[in-house]
Design a protein around this ligand. Structure first.
Ligand SMILES: Nc1ncnc2c1ncn2[C@@H]1O[C@H](COP(=O)(O)OP(=O)(O)OP(=O)(O)O)[C@@H](O)[C@H]1O
Length: 269
């Protein structure tokens, strides 16, 4: 793996050391070493099945909920081991929120989609204020302020996805994980979410899995390229991690260059 030495001087919020993930004893992702700087947007790219979502899910311990999944190595949030017995996974998931491929609002009112999480987490402040703050953060407040009691499922797909981001924000996370957040959205909603990701990085660190290379080059400060290696059993590896312009313009690995230039499928001569 290649990485810029400038990274070392950064304020690192999340770090992985030799992280491997297994499903039923089968290795899906091997020995990943990554440092995620605070308030940056980091993109995960690579072919299908190389372990991007698997790694993302290990950051907020969602793999704990997958039967037969095992994570080895060390993952630290602000220097603390997230897999330590003393860490409550529910609290960890407040600090490291997640937005999925398809918008998944609860079939409740727009207001309750945000307020319910606050109640569960014992929030004692002014709920109305935090609901408004969260909706403003995602640019949804003006669009929904007059219909907060309407069912969230009446919103468009793009609005629903912004509501899901607002729901994560309301829990005041440090990191927001996004697993292909625009893949089910139209181009206008996609552009809005891309713009939003850039705005959100002032307050949060974002890690975004995407198959859209143009999107990665537009919204990410850094990009990690993963690939499948191995003869019979293909295992995901981190190939290269660096600043976005380096990954797209002068990567150090041939595999990265072939993937980002779209020459990947060319038959071997
Ligand atoms: N719950 C699971 N049980 C067993 N194997 C799994 C599970 N989830 C993922 N895998 C396997 O782990 C490997 C990595 O999958 P993962 O979904 O993380 O890749 P990905 O890079 O995110 O793929 P895509 O880009 O298609 O979403 C694949 O071989 C997949 O089949």
């Amino acid at each position: 793996m290649q990485s810029s030495s400038r990274q070392k001087q950064k304020d690192i919020v999340l770090q992985t050391t030799d992280v491997s993930v297994y499903y039923g004893g089968q290795c899906a992702l091997k020995e990943v070493n990554l440092e995620i700087p605070r308030h940056e947007v980091v993109g995960f790219i690579g072919p299908s099945g190389c372990g991007k979502s698997t790694l993302l899910r290990s950051f907020n311990r969602l793999n704990d909920l997958v039967k037969g999944a095992k994570v080895t190595g060390l993952i630290t949030l602000n220097g603390k081991n997230i897999n330590d017995d003393a860490v409550n996974p529910v609290e960890l998931r407040q600090q490291i929120g997640m937005v999925f491929q398809r918008p998944n609002p609860f079939p409740k009112s727009i207001y309750d989609n945000i307020a319910v999480g606050l109640k569960v987490n014992g929030y004692r402040g002014d709920k109305d204020e935090l609901v408004e703050y969260s909706l403003r953060q995602v640019g949804l407040w003006d669009e929904v302020k007059d219909r907060l009691k309407k069912n969230a499922l009446t919103l468009s797909g793009g609005q629903q996805q912004r509501l899901c981001i607002a729901r994560a924000i309301a829990l005041q996370p440090e990191i927001i994980l996004m697993d292909e957040p625009c893949s089910s959205l139209d181009p206008i909603s996609t552009a809005r979410i891309e713009e939003l990701i850039r705005e959100l990085q002032k307050n949060y660190t974002l890690i975004v899995v995407t198959h859209n290379l143009k999107q990665a080059s537009l919204i990410c400060d850094r990009v990690a390229f993963f690939d499948l290696e191995g003869e019979e059993t293909k295992v995901g590896h981190l190939i290269e991690y660096d600043r976005t312009e380096i990954i797209f313009q002068r990567p150090s690995q041939i595999a990265t260059q072939e993937y980002v230039s779209g020459r990947r499928m060319r038959p071997q001569l």
